[in-house]
Write a protein that binds this ligand. Structure first.
Ligand code: HEM
Length: 221
């Protein structure tokens, strides 16, 4: 029990800034793989405004099943994760709207996305606390790098950027910016009541979440 207190992020809020929060630890653990994700050809092309519509729709199709599975789990009754059930944060329907606007027809879900969905399904039943790592990786990706992507996508298809849009969530909770909300979302993740071993597993799982994401990105042109 003592080790829980030593690593509990709430403890760090009492003044000991040397104690790292869970999100600090996930960020530190995934610095290298974040670089890998950022520099995949698909992401580089996207940031340079070279967006192929079919690839972008494939990207959204893959994300729609990943967010769909994640949000189904986050939305189901679970005492531990109830603070992560934030319907205005959920992206599944917004991705579906973007896909409808882009009107590329129904695409087959990629292999990596299928495997990622299977993984989320498995941990959702066996180790639901690990979903914290996937929430961290997927939602913060949209709140940070995603805001740069939004600008590039909007230049081509300004009606198809709901995936990146948090305005309703910001308005209803009186946040001034997505970045301000991102800080608050990290607090939500850091406040989940966890044991020290669970936290260690979540830090490791953040790496796994990035690896699935990189595999998905590498399948895209
Ligand atoms: C071109 C693509 C991307 C760019 C330019 C980008 C850029 C950024 C930037 C500038 C930050 C803020 C870093 C900081 O505050 O120190 C960030 C944070 C983050 N990004 Fe990315 N990113 C990209 C892709 C991705 C992808 C594909 C993922 C995962 C699927 C991802 C996950 C994250 C996460 C989880 C954070 C939060 C780190 C933290 O503050 O704890 N990013 N990104």
């Amino acid at each position: 029990m003592a080790s829980v207190v030593a690593l509990n992020p709430l403890y760090s809020k009492t003044g000991d800034s040397s104690v790292k929060t869970l999100t600090d630890r996930m960020k530190e653990r995934t610095t290298d793989v974040h670089k890998t994700a950022e520099t995949t050809p698909f992401m580089q092309n996207l940031l340079q405004g070279e967006i192929n519509k079919k690839s972008y729709c494939q990207y959204l199709t893959d994300l729609s099943v990943v967010f769909g599975e994640l949000e189904a789990k986050l939305g189901s009754p679970d005492k531990l994760l109830e603070s992560l059930n934030i319907p205005l944060l959920f992206r599944k329907d917004l991705i579906a709207n973007d896909l409808e606007v882009l009107d590329e027809g129904v695409l087959e879900v990629g292999t990596a996305a299928q495997q990622y969905v299977e993984h989320i399904r498995r941990i959702g039943s066996d180790k639901p606390h690990l979903l914290i790592a996937h929430s961290y990786v997927q939602y913060l990706a949209i709140m940070f790098g995603g805001q740069m992507m939004k600008r590039m996508v909007a230049e081509k298809w300004e009606e198809a950027v709901q995936f990146y849009d948090f305005s309703q969530l910001l308005e209803e909770n009186q946040f001034r910016s997505t970045f301000e909300y991102a800080r608050s979302y990290k607090d939500v993740l850091n406040r989940v009541s966890l044991t020290a071993p669970q936290m260690d597993e979540i830090v490791q799982e953040a790496q796994v979440a990035f690896e699935f994401s990189v595999q998905m990105l590498q399948e895209l042109e």
